[in-house]
Every structure is written in structure tokens, then in C-alpha cells.
Design a protein around this ligand. Structure first.
Ligand code: FMN
Length: 304
């Protein structure tokens, strides 16, 4: 049973990755998860300079998901190269660096810094974070800005460029095509949905920034639909995510057209979820005589 997949030239031993912002820099999990067994670890979002993030509270659990307002807190790309990447290399982890910025220049300078890091397999460009005042939301929802950013980032990047799309748009397939035309090597989707929650006792929003990003089981059917729509619009590989907790969830995304998947919110309540999904995905395929996991990609059967 062959679980390996190739995402725009990056060979992954299996299609299960840890999602950005839910797995730290990877090293935090080294005593819990055998990191070498994961398809890859996507780092939390990296910027040119360190960022303090938003005030607390930063997380709120809803009936079927989680709202977060972390605000992209991170140590900055130079510190990541100095203090985290060497350990990841030592551990033999496949690393994808997630990158964000507040301007085109921010993105390009962060990519230039990361280009010097040894042992990064690919970049994932976050054009979709809904948690910052002037962040990726502008890029991810405007076709012209997105095209310009992706084109420039592709020129700057010395590694394959994955673009992580915002789901807070009307026509995600159109924006997927914009990214492909601008040179993206692969697409990750989806990021969190903009949500809001109000404490009825105090009548105040639960977060200082008022709105927050919704993730987890609640978003899964929408994310599967978006992967399916995008897979029909582009030829580049898609990495799907949104509420994945089990191997069956992962298979659903693969059938919809994803070549790989990421697990995010589930890590908060089941830190071994990535490893377990890999194990169960292998069993799922073996029980059904599926010899290569990539045979599942886009294999949804639709009449007519
Ligand atoms: C606490 C938290 C922090 C996140 N931080 C980032 C981030 O830094 N960059 C990014 O591209 N996505 C970030 N995300 C989005 C996730 O990577 C993922 O796209 C989203 O949560 C949907 O997947 P899930 O339902 O499995 O969590 C974050 C999500 C959560 C819950």
C-alpha cells in the first residue's frame, strides 16, 4: 500500500500534514508525535519581524468548532531559522513554512529570509488570515491583489509555492484559477471562516478584535465543497483542510479532489491525531484493495 504523494515536485511519504497555527513550529510536539512519520509539518505563520499577536482570550469553543483570534503571534522568520529549523532538520521532519505579511514587500522580504534556511521543502503563502487589521484578507479576496502577490512571490521563492486561500469569498474557484495563472505550484484550502460570538451576560463580543476565525467540524462540508469546486477549475494539486478528525474525513477531501490534507483544530483535543489518521488511512486503503492513495484523488462518483 503506497501512501506517498507528490505535491508539485515535493515528495511526501503520506498525504497527512499538520496545519499551520495548530502545531506550533513542530518541535513542541516532538515528545508526543513521531514527527518523521508525518507527511509534513506546516509551521505557524512566519513574518519578517516577531509579532505579539492579539490580547486574550484567543480561543472560544462553539457547538461544533472553535473560534480563534491568535493574531499571528510568531517569533519572526530570522529567529525561526536560528532556533527552530535546526532541530526540525535534526529530527528529519518535512517542513513547510507558512508565510504572511501586511504588504507585498513584507511577504517578499520574509521569503528572501527563508530562502537561506536549509531544510524547508515548500512555502505556504497565507493570503487569507481573518484575524489581523490589515492582513491577508485583502490579498485573498481581491483577484488583482492576489494575482500580483502570487506572481511576485513565485519570482522571490526558491522553493515550491503553495497558496493558502481564504474561504471568505463568493467564488473561490475563480481565485484558485487566478493563483494558478500567476504561477502558484499548489493550493491549500481552506483557512478559517470569519465568525463572531457575543457573551449575552456582558453583551460584549468575546474577542477584543470582535470577529474571529471559525475552524473545526462545523466548516468541513463547506471546505469539501470548496475543494471540489477548485479541483474542477485548476490543474495544480490541492491540499484540503477544514475539520478533519478521522481517516474517513481525510478520504472525503481526497475524493473531492485534494492530493493531500492537513489536520488543524483536532490537534487541540487529540495531539496524536495526525499519526492516527495516517495509520487509519493505510487501513482504509488496505481493506478496500486501494494500492496507491493517490487513486482516491478526485475519485468522487457523480452521476450525469
Ligand atoms: C489557533 C489557530 C491558529 C491558526 N493559525 C494559522 C496561521 O498562522 N496561518 C495559516 O495559514 N492558518 C492558520 N490557521 C488555520 C488552519 O491552518 C486551518 O486552515 C483551519 O483551522 C481549518 O482547518 P481545521 O478545521 O482542521 O482547523 C489557524 C487555525 C487555528 C485554529
Amino acid at each position: 500500500m503506497d501512501l506517498s504523494v507528490n505535491i508539485a515536485g515535493v515528495q511526501l511519504q503520506n498525504p497527512v500534514l499538520a496545519a499551520s497555527g495548530t502545531f506550533g513550529y513542530g518541535v513542541e510536539f516532538e515528545d508526543i508525535v513521531d514527527l518523521r512519520r508525518l507527511g509534513a509539518v506546516v509551521t505557524k505563520g512566519l513574518s519578517r519581524e516577531p509579532m505579539p499577536g492579539n490580547p486574550s482570550p484567543r480561543l472560544f469553543e462553539t457547538a461544533s468548532g472553535m473560534l480563534n483570534s491568535v493574531g499571528l503571534q510568531n517569533i519572526g522568520a530570522p529567529a525561526f531559522l536560528r532556533s527552530r529549523l535546526p532541530r526540525l532538520r535534526q529530527l528529519g521532519v518535512m517542513v513547510v513554512a507558512n508565510v504572511f505579511g501586511y504588504s507585498r514587500e513584507d511577504y517578499l522580504e520574509t521569503l528572501a529570509i527563508l530562502n537561506d534556511g536549509e531544510g524547508i521543502a515548500a512555502y505556504e503563502l497565507n493570503v487569507s488570515c481573518p484575524n489581523t487589521d490589515q492582513g491577508g484578507i485583502v490579498f485573498g479576496t481581491d483577484a488583482h491583489l492576489l494575482s500580483d502577490l502570487v506572481y511576485a512571490a513565485k519570482q522571490a521563492a526558491r522553493r515550491p509555492l503553495w497558496v493558502k486561500l481564504s474561504p471568505n469569498v463568493t467564488n473561490i474557484a475563480q481565485l484558485a484559477k487566478v493563483c494558478e495563472d500567476a504561477g502558484a505550484d499548489a493550493l491549500s484550502l481552506v483557512n478559517t471562516f470569519v465568525g463572531m460570538s457575543i457573551d449575552v451576560q456582558t453583551r460584549r463580543p468575546r474577542f477584543a478584535k470582535i470577529v474571529a476565525g471559525l475552524s473545526g467540524p462545523a466548516i468541513k462540508p463547506i471546505a469539501v465543497r470548496m475543494v471540489w469546486e477548485c479541483s474542477r477549475a485548476v490543474k495544480i494539486p490541492i491540499i484540503g483542510m477544514g475539520g478533519i478528525a478521522t481517516a474517513e474525513d481525510a478520504v472525503e477531501f481526497l475524493l473531492a479532489g485534494a492530493s493531500a490534507v492537513q489536520i488543524g483544530t483536532t490537534n487541540f483535543w487529540d495531539p496524536k491525531a495526525t499519526e492516527n489518521v495516517i495509520r487509519d488511512l493505510r487501513r482504509f486503503c488496505e481493506h478496500r484493495g486501494i494500492e496507491q492513495v493517490r487513486q482516491l484523488t478526485g475519485a468522487v462518483e457523480i452521476d450525469g
